[in-house]
Design a protein around this ligand. Structure first.
Ligand code: IPE
Ligand code: IPE
Ligand code: MG
Length: 236
């Protein structure tokens, strides 16, 4: 029995980190205070994922629709993401974390693009945990970009398959998420990994992202371990 337990650990966990604004509002604080506190939850969750033996962790930090927020919030978020990367990269590198960025990183400007690329290059040889940061990411944009790449590669229409199409997506080489968590009580996918989440187990928790702890992460993994995944087939 005990031998079976490690098999129940999801290989890839993806999280829609939601509720920073409500966390701040509940305390009479500006939204940025919630985002700042949310960055601490990111750190805790990366550590928890390593501890639990999860191999891929994808975090939705900024959606392609989040550009519609007021410019001061967008700039607070951009600043915090840059700051997080700068302050955590050494530690993550030491812990064997490989960083991958998905989404339209160029939209954050040339400086951030360069920094993100340097961070990816520096950690490319690490394999303990692959941390995928979704920045200016949208599932629909990912699929359209993949279709364009396939066309540009000169692939014949009949040669494009469900097996080779994912190779054109931003997540090329990353297995599909086994478990998709959304915090803050919202129950929607908000244009996250549309293709990749086709058979992900979903877990919605009322916990606001800044309050999310290693215990909440462990509880989500325990819940996952009780699920029966059938992928459309008959139960075994
Ligand atoms: C998640 O928190 C962070 C981002 C979407 C960038 P929100 O800012 O969406 O917080 P709520 O949903 O307003 O509480
Ligand atoms: C989804 O949260 C995006 C991120 C967590 C980065 P939102 O707060 O932007 O989503 P909606 O607007 O409630 O669907
Ligand atoms: Mg939100």
């Amino acid at each position: 029995m005990a031998d079976l337990i490690p098999l129940l650990v999801p290989r890839h966990v993806a999280i829609i980190m939601d509720g920073n604004g409500r966390w701040a509002a509940a305390r009479g604080l500006p939204r940025v205070a919630g985002h700042r506190e949310g960055a601490k939850a990111v750190r805790r969750t990366v550590e928890a994922a390593i501890e639990q033996g999860v191999r891929y962790l994808t975090l939705f930090a900024f959606s392609s629709e989040n550009w519609q927020r007021p410019p001061d919030e967008v700039s607070d978020l951009t600043f915090l993401m840059k700051h997080y990367l700068r302050s955590e990269l050494d530690e993550m590198h030491q812990q064997g974390v490989q960083l991958r960025i998905i989404g339209e990183r160029e939209r954050f400007g040339p400086n951030m693009t360069t920094e993100l690329e340097a961070a990816e290059r520096r950690t490319a040889g690490n394999s303990r945990l692959t941390l995928v940061m979704a920045l200016s990411y949208g599932g629909r944009a990912d699929i359209v970009a993949a279709a364009r790449k396939a066309i540009a590669a000169g692939i014949a229409p009949e040669a494009l398959t469900e097996e080779n199409f994912p190779g054109f997506l931003a997540t090329d080489g990353i297995p599909d998420p086994d478990l998709l968590i959304r915090t803050s009580g919202e129950r929607r996918i908000s244009n996250f990994l549309l293709w990749q989440a086709a058979y992900s187990e979903m877990l919605f928790t009322p916990v606001l992202w800044p309050d999310f702890t290693a215990r909440d992460f462990a509880a989500a993994l325990e819940d996952y371990a009780t699920r029966e995944r059938r992928f459309g087939a008959r139960p075994v």
